[in-house]
Design a protein. Structure first.
Length: 223
Protein backbone atom coordinates (compact mmCIF):
# COMPACT_ATOMS: atom_id res chain seq x y z
CA UNK A 1 0.00 0.00 0.00
CA UNK A 2 1.43 3.33 -1.10
CA UNK A 3 1.09 5.79 1.78
CA UNK A 4 1.54 9.52 2.16
CA UNK A 5 4.75 8.78 4.08
CA UNK A 6 6.08 6.84 1.07
CA UNK A 7 5.29 9.82 -1.14
CA UNK A 8 7.17 12.17 1.16
CA UNK A 9 10.15 9.79 1.22
CA UNK A 10 10.17 9.68 -2.58
CA UNK A 11 10.03 13.48 -2.73
CA UNK A 12 12.87 13.75 -0.23
CA UNK A 13 15.05 11.37 -2.23
CA UNK A 14 14.32 13.31 -5.41
CA UNK A 15 15.09 16.61 -3.71
CA UNK A 16 18.33 15.21 -2.36
CA UNK A 17 19.34 13.93 -5.78
CA UNK A 18 18.55 17.32 -7.35
CA UNK A 19 20.51 19.14 -4.64
CA UNK A 20 23.49 16.85 -5.12
CA UNK A 21 23.39 17.35 -8.87
CA UNK A 22 23.10 21.12 -8.44
CA UNK A 23 26.06 21.10 -6.06
CA UNK A 24 28.11 19.07 -8.53
CA UNK A 25 27.27 21.49 -11.36
CA UNK A 26 28.14 24.45 -9.14
CA UNK A 27 31.43 22.80 -8.18
CA UNK A 28 32.34 22.28 -11.84
CA UNK A 29 31.39 25.88 -12.66
CA UNK A 30 33.46 27.20 -9.75
CA UNK A 31 36.40 25.02 -10.77
CA UNK A 32 36.25 26.27 -14.35
CA UNK A 33 35.90 29.87 -13.24
CA UNK A 34 38.88 29.58 -10.91
CA UNK A 35 40.85 28.00 -13.75
CA UNK A 36 40.15 30.90 -16.14
CA UNK A 37 43.19 31.90 -18.13
CA UNK A 38 44.79 35.17 -16.98
CA UNK A 39 45.29 37.97 -19.52
CA UNK A 40 48.77 39.24 -20.32
CA UNK A 41 50.14 42.07 -22.39
CA UNK A 42 50.06 41.91 -26.17
CA UNK A 43 53.65 43.12 -26.40
CA UNK A 44 55.18 45.30 -29.09
CA UNK A 45 55.41 42.65 -31.80
CA UNK A 46 51.83 41.79 -32.70
CA UNK A 47 51.84 41.27 -36.50
CA UNK A 48 51.28 44.46 -38.47
CA UNK A 49 52.08 43.19 -41.96
CA UNK A 50 49.68 40.61 -43.34
CA UNK A 51 51.14 37.41 -44.73
CA UNK A 52 49.65 34.93 -47.17
CA UNK A 53 50.75 31.94 -45.12
CA UNK A 54 49.26 31.97 -41.64
CA UNK A 55 48.12 28.38 -41.23
CA UNK A 56 48.77 26.14 -38.22
CA UNK A 57 52.19 24.88 -39.37
CA UNK A 58 54.80 27.52 -38.55
CA UNK A 59 57.76 25.25 -39.25
CA UNK A 60 57.75 25.99 -42.96
CA UNK A 61 56.55 28.70 -45.33
CA UNK A 62 54.30 27.72 -48.21
CA UNK A 63 56.35 27.58 -51.39
CA UNK A 64 59.64 27.36 -49.49
CA UNK A 65 61.91 24.35 -49.50
CA UNK A 66 63.55 24.71 -46.10
CA UNK A 67 62.44 23.96 -42.54
CA UNK A 68 62.55 26.34 -39.59
CA UNK A 69 65.50 26.04 -37.23
CA UNK A 70 64.93 24.88 -33.68
CA UNK A 71 63.22 22.25 -31.56
CA UNK A 72 59.93 21.27 -33.18
CA UNK A 73 56.97 21.39 -30.80
CA UNK A 74 53.22 20.91 -31.03
CA UNK A 75 51.00 23.07 -28.83
CA UNK A 76 47.44 21.90 -28.44
CA UNK A 77 44.52 22.39 -26.11
CA UNK A 78 40.81 23.06 -25.76
CA UNK A 79 39.07 26.44 -25.70
CA UNK A 80 36.46 26.30 -22.92
CA UNK A 81 33.74 28.47 -21.44
CA UNK A 82 33.32 29.07 -17.71
CA UNK A 83 31.27 25.86 -17.38
CA UNK A 84 34.05 23.74 -18.90
CA UNK A 85 32.14 23.38 -22.17
CA UNK A 86 34.14 23.46 -25.43
CA UNK A 87 33.68 26.53 -27.60
CA UNK A 88 33.09 25.90 -31.30
CA UNK A 89 34.41 28.39 -33.83
CA UNK A 90 36.92 30.11 -31.56
CA UNK A 91 39.77 31.86 -33.41
CA UNK A 92 43.26 31.38 -32.00
CA UNK A 93 46.16 33.51 -33.19
CA UNK A 94 49.72 32.84 -32.10
CA UNK A 95 52.86 34.82 -32.85
CA UNK A 96 56.38 34.31 -31.59
CA UNK A 97 60.09 34.73 -32.12
CA UNK A 98 62.15 32.26 -34.13
CA UNK A 99 64.94 30.16 -32.60
CA UNK A 100 67.31 33.14 -32.43
CA UNK A 101 64.79 35.22 -30.46
CA UNK A 102 63.92 37.56 -33.34
CA UNK A 103 60.40 38.62 -34.35
CA UNK A 104 59.54 39.32 -37.95
CA UNK A 105 58.37 42.80 -37.02
CA UNK A 106 59.61 46.30 -37.93
CA UNK A 107 59.88 47.25 -34.25
CA UNK A 108 62.29 44.42 -33.48
CA UNK A 109 65.67 46.14 -33.70
CA UNK A 110 67.59 43.47 -31.80
CA UNK A 111 69.78 42.63 -34.78
CA UNK A 112 69.25 38.92 -34.14
CA UNK A 113 68.98 36.85 -37.33
CA UNK A 114 65.62 36.16 -38.94
CA UNK A 115 64.69 32.68 -40.11
CA UNK A 116 63.28 32.91 -43.64
CA UNK A 117 61.85 29.38 -43.26
CA UNK A 118 59.82 30.22 -40.16
CA UNK A 119 56.22 31.47 -40.42
CA UNK A 120 56.17 33.54 -37.16
CA UNK A 121 52.35 33.85 -37.05
CA UNK A 122 49.52 31.33 -37.34
CA UNK A 123 45.75 31.12 -37.01
CA UNK A 124 43.55 28.17 -36.00
CA UNK A 125 39.81 27.71 -35.50
CA UNK A 126 38.16 25.22 -33.17
CA UNK A 127 35.64 22.58 -34.21
CA UNK A 128 32.76 21.25 -32.13
CA UNK A 129 35.21 19.74 -29.64
CA UNK A 130 36.84 23.13 -28.96
CA UNK A 131 40.30 21.78 -29.77
CA UNK A 132 43.18 23.42 -31.63
CA UNK A 133 46.75 22.48 -32.54
CA UNK A 134 49.80 24.31 -33.88
CA UNK A 135 53.04 22.89 -35.19
CA UNK A 136 55.88 25.29 -34.43
CA UNK A 137 59.31 25.53 -32.78
CA UNK A 138 60.31 26.49 -29.27
CA UNK A 139 61.15 30.19 -29.57
CA UNK A 140 64.40 31.69 -28.41
CA UNK A 141 64.87 34.16 -25.56
CA UNK A 142 65.79 37.78 -26.24
CA UNK A 143 66.85 40.94 -24.36
CA UNK A 144 63.88 43.15 -23.44
CA UNK A 145 65.67 45.76 -21.35
CA UNK A 146 68.65 46.42 -19.14
CA UNK A 147 69.35 43.17 -17.31
CA UNK A 148 66.09 41.64 -18.50
CA UNK A 149 65.97 38.69 -20.88
CA UNK A 150 62.54 37.39 -21.75
CA UNK A 151 62.14 33.60 -21.50
CA UNK A 152 60.87 31.59 -24.47
CA UNK A 153 57.15 32.27 -24.86
CA UNK A 154 54.33 32.23 -27.39
CA UNK A 155 51.75 35.00 -27.64
CA UNK A 156 48.06 34.08 -27.90
CA UNK A 157 44.99 36.05 -28.90
CA UNK A 158 41.72 34.10 -28.62
CA UNK A 159 38.27 35.32 -29.65
CA UNK A 160 34.81 33.78 -30.03
CA UNK A 161 31.33 35.17 -30.58
CA UNK A 162 29.71 35.99 -27.26
CA UNK A 163 32.99 35.93 -25.28
CA UNK A 164 35.53 38.49 -24.17
CA UNK A 165 38.67 38.42 -26.31
CA UNK A 166 41.70 37.15 -24.41
CA UNK A 167 45.35 38.01 -25.01
CA UNK A 168 47.85 35.98 -23.03
CA UNK A 169 51.22 34.22 -23.26
CA UNK A 170 52.42 30.63 -22.96
CA UNK A 171 55.69 29.79 -21.18
CA UNK A 172 57.61 26.53 -20.84
CA UNK A 173 58.18 24.64 -17.59
CA UNK A 174 61.70 24.42 -16.28
CA UNK A 175 63.14 27.45 -18.07
CA UNK A 176 65.38 29.32 -15.58
CA UNK A 177 64.39 32.69 -17.07
CA UNK A 178 60.76 32.23 -15.99
CA UNK A 179 61.59 33.15 -12.39
CA UNK A 180 63.13 36.45 -13.50
CA UNK A 181 60.60 37.56 -16.10
CA UNK A 182 58.87 40.81 -15.16
CA UNK A 183 55.71 40.03 -17.14
CA UNK A 184 55.22 36.48 -15.90
CA UNK A 185 56.11 37.37 -12.29
CA UNK A 186 53.53 40.18 -12.34
CA UNK A 187 50.84 37.49 -12.22
CA UNK A 188 49.75 35.96 -8.91
CA UNK A 189 51.46 32.65 -8.23
CA UNK A 190 48.31 30.63 -8.94
CA UNK A 191 47.87 32.35 -12.30
CA UNK A 192 51.50 31.79 -13.26
CA UNK A 193 50.89 28.05 -13.09
CA UNK A 194 48.05 28.37 -15.62
CA UNK A 195 50.31 29.77 -18.35
CA UNK A 196 53.43 27.64 -17.81
CA UNK A 197 53.26 24.43 -19.83
CA UNK A 198 55.43 21.29 -19.60
CA UNK A 199 56.71 19.74 -22.81
CA UNK A 200 56.97 15.99 -23.20
CA UNK A 201 57.96 13.69 -26.08
CA UNK A 202 55.20 13.60 -28.67
CA UNK A 203 53.64 10.31 -29.68
CA UNK A 204 54.29 8.28 -32.84
CA UNK A 205 51.57 10.18 -34.71
CA UNK A 206 53.75 13.31 -34.56
CA UNK A 207 57.08 14.13 -36.17
CA UNK A 208 60.09 12.22 -34.78
CA UNK A 209 61.90 13.95 -31.89
CA UNK A 210 59.13 16.55 -31.53
CA UNK A 211 57.68 17.67 -28.19
CA UNK A 212 54.07 18.21 -27.16
CA UNK A 213 52.48 20.69 -24.77
CA UNK A 214 48.85 21.21 -23.73
CA UNK A 215 47.59 24.75 -23.22
CA UNK A 216 43.85 24.81 -22.68
CA UNK A 217 42.23 28.23 -22.37
CA UNK A 218 39.08 29.41 -20.60
CA UNK A 219 37.21 32.42 -21.95
CA UNK A 220 34.69 34.58 -20.10
CA UNK A 221 31.25 35.01 -21.61
CA UNK A 222 29.98 38.52 -22.29
CA UNK A 223 27.17 39.20 -19.82
Amino acid sequence: MYTRRDAFKKMAVAAGTFAAASSAIAAVTDACFSARTPPQSEGPFYPVNDQLDKDTDLTQVTGGLGKAKGQMIFVTGTILDQNCRPIKGARIEIWQACESGRYNHPNDESGLPLDRNFQYWGIAHTGTDGKYIFKTIKPGSYPAGSGWIRPPHIHYKVSALGFHELTTQLYFSGDPLNDKDLILKALPSADQKKVVVPLSPAGPEFNPNSLLGDFSITLQRVV
